[in-house]
Ligand binder design. Structure first.
Ligand code: ADP
Ligand code: G6P
Length: 489
C-alpha cells in the first residue's frame, strides 16, 4: 500500500467497509487464522496497492471474550486491518436484517420484503436502529485511529449512516463514500421508510461515488425529489454546502490475473480441465449464490438451448461455480434449494451415463483454479438481474487473451456500460433471448471473437482498481471541507 512519489502516498487512507479483506476463523482461545474474504468490494480494494492504507471493518465472526478480541486485533494488525467487534444480535439485525434483507434487495430492484408486510414497520424500526448503532460503532473505531490529515473512505450500503456520524464528531475530517451496488431509481428508493435520513447522512460526506453515471443521477434525483434539495452538475447543494457526486467505474488488478496464467500450477490446472472436457465447449458461471445473480434464470436458459439444439447436447457443458453467501438470511437459503432442484432436473433430463450437462459447485475456488477455469472457458455467462458492476466479467476478459472466448452479459450489470461493445448483451429475464445468445456465442467466427475480445481486453487492462482508487482519492482531496456542517437527526 505504499508509494513514495505520489501526492496520495504522503497521506494515510482509512478504508472503512463492513467486510475486512480477511475473515477470521478461531483456532483456540487466543489464536486465529485469517482467510481472504469474498465479493467484489474486497477483490477491487485488494487490487489497490499504492496507498498508505489501514482497513477498518468486521472480521465476520462473533468474538465475545476479551482474550479472543485481543488476539484477533493483533493478528489483524499484521495485515493493516483494524476490527470492529459486532455482537450476534447486532449482526442479526444490522447485517442479516437491514443490510441484506432490506437495502440489498431494494437497491437491486427486488423491492422490500413482502411476506411480513404487516410486521414490517416494527421489525423495520428495530433493524434500522441496529443499523445506526452499528454505523456508530464503526465511527467510534475510525475516531480512535484517525490522525489529522487522514482521508476516510467509507464503502457500501452497510455504512450509509457513517458519514454523518463521522462529521458530527469532527467537521474537518475528509470523508468520501462509495456505493458498490446500483443506486436505484428514486421511485424505488422512496419506498424505503428511512429514505430521507439515509440520504441526509450520505450527503454529510464530501464526495459521494457510484460505479456509473446512471446510479449517480438516480441518487441526485432522490435528493432533489425526496429531500427537495438542489441538484447541480457537480452534485447536491444543501443551503450553500455542496456534496460532490460523481461516477467512478471500478476495475480489477488485471495484471495479477494475466501474470497468474504463466504460473506452472495454473498451467497444470488448465491442462487437466482441457483433458477433462475434451470435445466439449465449456460455458462458465462464477457467482456468489445470490438472488441478484440470476442463477436460476441462467440455468433455465441453458436448458432451453439444449432443448432447441439437440446436436449440441453432448458437445457443451455448463460449469456453475456458486459460492454460498449470507446463509443466515432465509431468502438465500431458499435460493440454494431452488438452484439444486433445477440443476438436478436438467441433469436428469439431458445427462447420460457418462456425462452431465451442468456441473454445479456450491463453493469458492482458489485464485489459481479460478484463473485456469476462466482461461479454458469458451463462453462466460453473467446474467445478473441487477449488479453494481460485476467484476467476474472483468476477470474472465483478463484471462482470455489467448482463447478470445465470448462474454454473454446482462444489460442490467454496471459492466454492460464498459464491456457492452465486446459482449453479447442480454435481458436475463428473457430465457429465449439468452438461449439464442448461447447459440450465437458458440457459433461465432474467430474474427468476430477477436474483435470483441480486443475491445474488452483493452478496457479491463486500462481501467484498473488502482486507477479507480487514485481518481476517487484525488478528487476527494480536491473537495473543500466546510468548517460548518449541518447535521440532521
Ligand atoms: P459481488 O461483488 O456481488 O460478489 P463481483 O462479480 O463484482 O460480484 O465480484 C465477485 C468476486 O468474488 C470476484 O472477484 C470473483 O472472483 C469472486 N467469486 C465469486 N464467486 C466465486 C467462487 N465461486 N469462487 C471464487 N471466487 C468467487
Ligand atoms: C458485494 C457487496 C460487498 C460485500 C460482498 C460480499 O460485493 O457490495 O459489500 O462485501 O458482496 O458479501 P458479504 O455479505 O459476504 O460481505
Amino acid at each position: 500500500f505504499e508509494r513514495e512519489d505520489a501526492k496520495t502516498a504522503r497521506q494515510r487512507l482509512l478504508v472503512v467497509a463492513n467486510r475486512l479483506p480477511v475473515s477470521a476463523v478461531r483456532k483456540s482461545e487466543d489464536s486465529w487464522s485469517l482467510e481472504i474474504s469474498g465479493g467484489g468490494l474486497v477483490t477491487a480494494l485488494l487490487g489497490v496497492k499504492e496507498f498508505e492504507a489501514r482497513w477498518i471493518g468486521w472480521a465476520g465472526v462473533n468474538v465475545p471474550d476479551e482474550i479472543g478480541q485481543k488476539a484477533l486485533t493483533k493478528a489483524l494488525a499484521e495485515q493493516r486491518c483494524i476490527p470492529v467487534f459486532l455482537d450476534e444480535e447486532i449482526v442479526h439485525q444490522y447485517y442479516n436484517g437491514y443490510c441484506n434483507n432490506i437495502l440489498w434487495p431494494l437497491f437491486h430492484y427486488l423491492g422490500l420484503p413482502q411476506e411480513d408486510r404487516l410486521a414490517t414497520t416494527r421489525s423495520f424500526q428495530s433493524q434500522f436502529a441496529a443499523y445506526k448503532k452499528a454505523n456508530q460503532m464503526f465511527a467510534d473505531v475510525v475516531n480512535e485511529h484517525y490522525e489529522d490529515g487522514d482521508v476516510v473512505w467509507c464503502h457500501d450500503y452497510h455504512l450509509m449512516y457513517l458519514p454523518k456520524c463521522l462529521k458530527k464528531h469532527n467537521r474537518s475530517m475528509k470523508v468520501g463514500w462509495f456505493l458498490h451496488t446500483p443506486f436505484p431509481s428514486s421511485e424505488i428508493h422512496r419506498t424505503l421508510p428511512s429514505r430521507s435520513e439515509l440520504l441526509h447522512s450520505v450527503l454529510a460526506a464530501d464526495l459521494v461515488g457510484f460505479h456509473t453515471y446512471d446510479y449517480a443521477r438516480h441518487f441526485v434525483s432522490a435528493c432533489t425529489r425526496i429531500l427537495g434539495l438542489e441538484g447541480t452538475p457537480e452534485g447536491v447543494e444543501d443551503q450553500g454546502r455542496l456534496t460532490r457526486v460523481a461516477a467512478f467505474p471500478i476495475g480489477i488488478d488485471s495484471e495479477r490475473f494475466i501474470r497468474a496464467l504463466e504460473l506452472p500450477q495454473v498451467q497444470e490446472h488448465m491442462k487437466d480441465l482441457k483433458e477433462r472436457f475434451a470435445g466439449r465447449k465449456v460455458m462458465l458461471g462464477v457467482d456468489r449464490l445470490d438472488m441478484i445473480k440470476g442463477i436460476p434464470q441462467k440455468i433455465l436458459a441453458f436448458e432451453k438451448f439444449l432443448e432447441e439444439n439437440p446436436a449440441w447436447r453432448d458437445k457443451v457443458v455448463l460449469l456453475q461455480i456458486a459460492v454460498p453467501t449470507r446463509t443466515d438470511v432465509p431468502e438465500y437459503q431458499k435460493l440454494t434449494s431452488q438452484v439444486h432442484e433445477i440443476v438436478g432436473r436438467i441433469n436428469g433430463r439431458f445427462g447420460t451415463l457418462t456425462a452431465v450437462p451442468i456441473h454445479h459447485l456450491d463453493r469458492s475456488l482458489n485464485f489459481h483454479a479460478l484463473c485456469a477455469l476462466y482461461a479454458v472457458t469458451d463462453v462466460a455467462l453473467v446474467t445478473s438481474l441487477r449488479d453494481g458492476m460485476n467484476l467476474v466479467s472483468y476477470e474472465f476478459v483478463a484471462c482470455q487473451d489467448a482463447k478470445k472466448g465470448v462474454l454473454i452479459l446482462s444489460e442490467f450489470a454496471g459492466a454492460a456500460q464498459s464491456l457492452g461493445a465486446g459482449a453479447i448483451l442480454v435481458n436475463p429475464w428473457n430465457i429465449t433471448e439468452v438461449a439464442a445468445a448461447i447459440d450465437q456465442a458458440l457459433n461465432m467466427s474467430p474474427d468476430e471473437r477477436e474483435k470483441r475480445h480486443k475491445h474488452n481486453f483493452s478496457h479491463v487492462t486500462t481501467h484498473t482498481a488502482q486507477q479507480w482508487a487514485e481518481t476517487f482519492v484525488s478528487e476527494l482531496n480536491d473537495t473543500v471541507v466546510e468548517a460548518e456542517i449541518r447535521t440532521r437527526d
